[in-house]
Design a protein around this ligand. Structure first.
Ligand code: HEM
Length: 519
């Protein structure tokens, strides 16, 4: 009797799970079919489309966008001779990828109410959930707070911060190497972990200041927070948007890292506000983005604690991933092109001797090398990403309805043979100015320059305000490596990249071998 009862209950449960599974499956099919219909109905016109068919086979193929978008975009650009704007269905909308000078300029110069940077970033990053409730609203419509903080104040203070950045880069190397695996006289470490450790140690110091920068708990939470944010944002992008308010907070609260970082920032803000109230004349000087965000926030809405915390957390996120990805690609390039190691070491030694105050300024080969790495290895296949708000017609005639995404395919742009000689070849000297280009003037080419040929820092009128800091930190990381270590890859032939939609991530398990140099 009892046995029958148990079997009956088990059968009921099984039927329950099976029907739940079937219902979910049917739900997913209906959801994807309706999305596909909406994508098709909202398709761009008067522009080549890479895939017009909406058969089941194409539909399944559409999912390959998740794992091979950069390759698909490059392939389509090559097929169209790099000069034609084209459209490609992604999972949720069309991506209209612009090429040709006039179309590129039109997108770069468009207004926010027509082609929206904010909405493209909100779709991509889910700021509200991943940046402590941050909203692009009327509080700071033109992003003056982060732009002033980073482009004006952080940039101005780079010389003051230089020794601290140097120290944190050293700490970043030491921490990872101390936990590395010994192979004869070499130490094996994950390239990705090494780069992440260097970048996060430095960012936490520069953004959150001395006290939090030397608090290991805060550094650990900041690293975890940046990973949680990307996982939450990317997962939500692939699921029905109705699930975002459920899933994003769940992922963000799983480790508790965002709350921990927010609490650290909040207590620092409170402490500093208290200090300035108690002693308004003789304020202690803090050289960090917490302080500069406070100084750049002028209206009462900008100065609420939650807004300040969200802005500062946003800077941690903006500075985290792309910088560490580019550093990984720099390390690969140095290992792949050992012929540049001695010339770079020589340049470093000469620059230290001629301009000990600001040696990086004299390192033109280093600038060119870094620029070449960024040309061949952007962290995303797209730049200048904009969500279409009002129907947009490009100068070449492509008509793009609202709801789609317009962007510049930078991975393809930087491989255009009409612009770059032998574009697939790595040439660390490519961006050094020739003698005739510098005669009579003090011209130099910098990693931070905005170039029409490939828009690594985004649209000129909206270009990344953090680029001078990025340049300083990456150059110092290179100088430290070249000066203090010999290095090589453990397995040169293993694949190095992972595609996730249009992002190009370094594989986390690739290994670099380091050996201390004594000179
Ligand atoms: C290698 C590292 C980085 C790359 C490649 C990069 C690239 C970019 C790009 C392409 C944009 C968008 C421009 C556009 O759509 O037209 C942007 C915006 C931005 N970046 Fe960076 N960035 C990097 C690091 C940083 C760092 C370290 C910070 C902060 C310290 C930062 C702060 C920002 C901010 C605040 C914006 C938004 C600017 C605005 O609202 O106008 N970025 N960045």
């Amino acid at each position: 009797m009892l046995q029958e009862l148990v079997h009956g209950v088990a059968a009921a449960f099984t039927i329950g799970y099976v029907s739940l599974g079937l219902t979910l499956f049917a739900g997913v099919i209906i959801w994807r079919a309706s999305i596909l219909y909406l994508i098709y109905r909202n398709r761009p016109r008067e522009v080549p489309i890479t895939s017009r068919s909406y058969s089941v086979g194409k539909w399944i193929k559409n999912f390959q966008f998740i794992t091979s978008a950069p390759a698909q975009i490059l392939q389509a650009s090559v097929a169209l001779g790099f000069s034609s704007t084209f459209a490609m269905p992604s999972l949720n909308e069309f991506h209209v990828l612009v090429a040709g000078q006039q179309d590129v300029e039109a997108v770069c110069n468009s207004d926010e109410d027509v082609l929206s940077f904010h909405e493209a970033m909100t779709d991509r990053m889910q700021h509200y959930y991943t940046m402590w409730g941050f909203k692009h609203d009327g509080t700071d419509p033109h992003d003056n707070v982060p732009i002033r903080t980073v482009k004006v104040l952080l940039r101005k203070h780079i010389p003051t911060l230089r020794p601290l950045i140097q120290k944190k880069i050293q700490d970043g190397y030491s921490t990872v190497i101390a936990n590395g695996h010994k192979i004869d006289e070499w130490t094996a470490v994950s390239i990705f972990q090494l780069s992440k450790s260097i970048v996060e140690e430095t960012n936490v110091q520069v953004i959150l200041g001395d006290e939090l920068g030397s608090n290991p708990e805060c550094v650990k939470a900041a690293i975890r927070y940046s990973i949680d944010a990307v996982v939450a944002a990317e997962l939500c992008r692939q699921l029905p948007s109705i699930l975002t308010p459920l899933i994003a907070p769940m992922i963000m609260s799983w480790s508790g890292a965002m709350s921990k970082v927010a609490m650290f920032i909040q207590s620092t803000l409170e402490k500093r506000t208290q200090e300035s109230m108690e002693n308004p004349i003789n304020n202690k000087v803090y050289n960090d983005c917490i302080q500069w965000t406070m100084e750049s926030s002028n209206t009462p809405a900008q100065r609420t604690t939650s807004r300040l915390v969200a802005q500062i957390i946003g800077l941690l996120l903006a500075s985290s991933h792309q910088m560490s990805m580019v550093l990984v690609y720099v390390l690969y390039a140095l290992c792949d092109h050992p012929e540049f190691i001695e010339p770079l070491r020589q340049e470093i030694a000469e620059a230290m001797a001629t301009n000990p105050e600001d040696p990086l300024k004299e390192m033109h080969l280093l600038d060119s090398f870094l620029t070449e790495v960024s040309r061949l290895h952007p962290p995303d296949a797209l730049t200048v990403q904009r969500k279409v708000k009002k129907e947009f017609t490009t100068p070449s005639g492509a008509i793009v309805p609202p709801g789609n995404l317009i962007a510049i395919p930078i991975l393809a742009q930087s491989r255009n043979p009409q612009v770059f000689v032998d574009p697939d070849r790595f040439d660390g000297r490519r961006f050094l100015l020739k003698k005739d280009q510098t005669q009579g003037i003090n011209a130099v080419s910098r990693f931070t320059d905005l170039r029409q040929s490939y828009l690594f820092w985004g649209a000129p009128r909206k270009a990344c305000p953090g680029r001078w800091y990025v340049s300083e930190a990456l150059k110092q990381a290179m100088v430290h490596l070249l000066t203090h270590y010999d290095f090589k890859l453990k397995d040169e032939s293993l694949s190095r990249f992972l595609y996730w939609t249009t992002a190009i991530f370094p594989r986390p398990d690739r290994v670099i071998l380091l050996k201390r140099r004594y000179y």
